[in-house]
Design a protein around this ligand. Structure first.
Ligand code: GAP
Length: 434
């Protein structure tokens, strides 16, 4: 498996991920996605949305604000208890999470310089801001630390307009912010990230059945986007590690270069959130079931996955090195549906620019394509291997006469001569078979 240093370097070299504000020395825990990375993230989100919302008639989507009424976070428990224990080094002034110290840590001693550590203090992970012109406590607001709370606060509105009956789900993709004490492992744990969350509302007596269903469904999604099954596992939480709101939780974990790590949590949140928001707001969020002839506060099965973490798993999983005639070839073997560029069009010479560009414009309507005439053909192949382009099409001097192009397969490196009028069907077929 690739080591993190190699992966981070490739991500920068090929435009997947850059350090945020790099020209100012960076800002810890914040990352920017470059041209290849933002396409990859977009495809991950599209795949999730298609499977979770568009292909189902029991889940609808919403898109809510990052800043919500501050009462939201009192009701959810975040103001009081979204804390991590923090310790400071009295010598080098570094800061650590007391419950997540590095291996070999000696109690009370700084793992970096050996000086004494302070007692642990509770540190709230929510970023604060102020709404409006005054910066007093009345204007205090929070950047959401998870996207799901507005799904609960909008439950009645969404249920009403969508006319859905239990069981049904509400899904959302959006930014979340956590002032992590120790952001680390590249984009795995950052301070600004994106979540894809779905809250599935159901009757309490059916919640265990739905919990099992969503665990399996979510595990299958990771396989469907091409993550190798041997790098994936399900890990049910022990009673002691369950979040205060959860009756049960199972994580999907991926074997990262730094060990097995949580990608997604699938939790039975019971009626905890709706009850809390009913109590704090004084509004009735209960649901009337006209078949059972009863009013209920639904139970909720939550599926919650990070876009950035999924992108990191996909990147680590796709990376491979091969020896080709004594030289190392680096290939990102993404599933074709996730590849940032699906088809590269490369003229063999600049003299063929016009014809190759025309071909690329024709392909654009069907695939995410890129015209690339920079550097030697060998260098262009290498670049496309490293951004994971499944097919490169070379327009050469014979193309004028035989109306055909050479299609190179990223994985096998085999080249096939394909008539231009058959190219679209050929590529469609190859993508369908992937
Ligand atoms: N609504 C439930 C919830 O937010 P969580 O386990 O705290 O649960 C869910 O977060 C997912 O969000 C995680 O499995 C992970 O993929 C992603 N995530 C959480 N904190 C993150 C961070 N600091 N950086 C990147 N992704 C994060």
């Amino acid at each position: 498996m690739v080591d993190m240093e190699t992966l981070v370097s490739l991500c920068k070299r090929r435009g997947f991920v850059f350090q945020s504000s790099e020209i100012y020395g960076g800002i810890n825990g914040f990352w920017d996605f470059g041209p290849a990375g933002c396409e990859l993230k977009r495809r991950i989100k599209d795949s999730w949305w298609q499977r979770m919302v568009q292909e189902r008639n029991d889940v609808v989507g919403i898109d809510t604000t990052i800043i919500a009424h501050p009462q939201t976070w009192i009701a959810s428990g975040h103001v009081n208890s979204f804390n991590d224990p923090m310790v400071d080094c009295k010598g080098c002034k570094r800061r650590f999470r007391a419950d997540d110290m590095p291996e070999g840590y000696v109690e009370g001693k700084c793992p970096e310089c050996g000086a004494e550590l302070t007692q642990a203090r509770e540190f709230n992970l929510m970023f604060q801001t102020h709404v409006g012109a005054t910066a007093d406590s009345a204007a205090l607001a929070y950047m959401r630390p998870e996207t799901c709370q507005s799904i609960f606060t909008q439950f009645r509105n969404v249920q009403g307009v969508s006319r859905k009956k239990l069981p049904f789900g509400i899904a959302q993709i959006g930014k979340a912010f956590r002032n992590e004490i120790t952001p680390r492992n590249f984009i795995f744990r950052s301070r600004e990230f994106e979540q894809m969350e779905m809250e599935f509302f159901c009757h309490a007596d059916e919640s265990e059945k739905w919990h099992e269903y969503w665990i399996e469904e979510r595990f299958n999604w990771f396989k469907a986007i091409g993550v190798k099954p041997e790098g994936l596992r399900l890990r049910p939480h022990d009673q002691g590690e369950l979040a205060h709101y959860a009756k049960g939780c199972t994580d999907v974990e991926y074997q990262m270069p730094f060990g097995w790590s949580e990608m997604e949590g699938i939790a039975n949140r019971t009626d905890y959130d709706l009850n809390n928001h009913m109590r704090e707001s004084g509004k009735d969020l209960a649901y009337y079931d006209d078949q059972r002839k009863e009013k209920v506060v639904p139970y909720v099965i939550e599926t919650s996955v990070g876009v950035d973490r999924t992108a990191l798993a996909v990147l680590a999983d796709a990376y491979r090195e091969e020896d080709v005639k004594g030289e190392t070839r680096v290939v990102m073997g993404f599933h074709p549906s996730l590849a940032p560029v699906q088809v590269g069009v490369l003229p063999l010479s600049n003299k063929l620019k016009e014809q190759a560009q025309k071909l690329e414009i024709d392909l654009r309507r069907h695939f995410v394509s890129e015209y690339d005439d920079a550097g030697s053909i060998g260098k262009r192949y290498r670049r496309h291997d490293e951004i994971g382009t499944p097919f490169c099409i070379t327009y050469d001097f014979d193309s004028e006469a035989d109306h055909a192009v050479t299609v190179r397969d990223r994985d096998t490196m085999q080249q096939e001569r394909i008539a231009i009028d058959k190219l679209l069907g050929y590529l469609r077929d190859r993508f369908d078979r992937a």
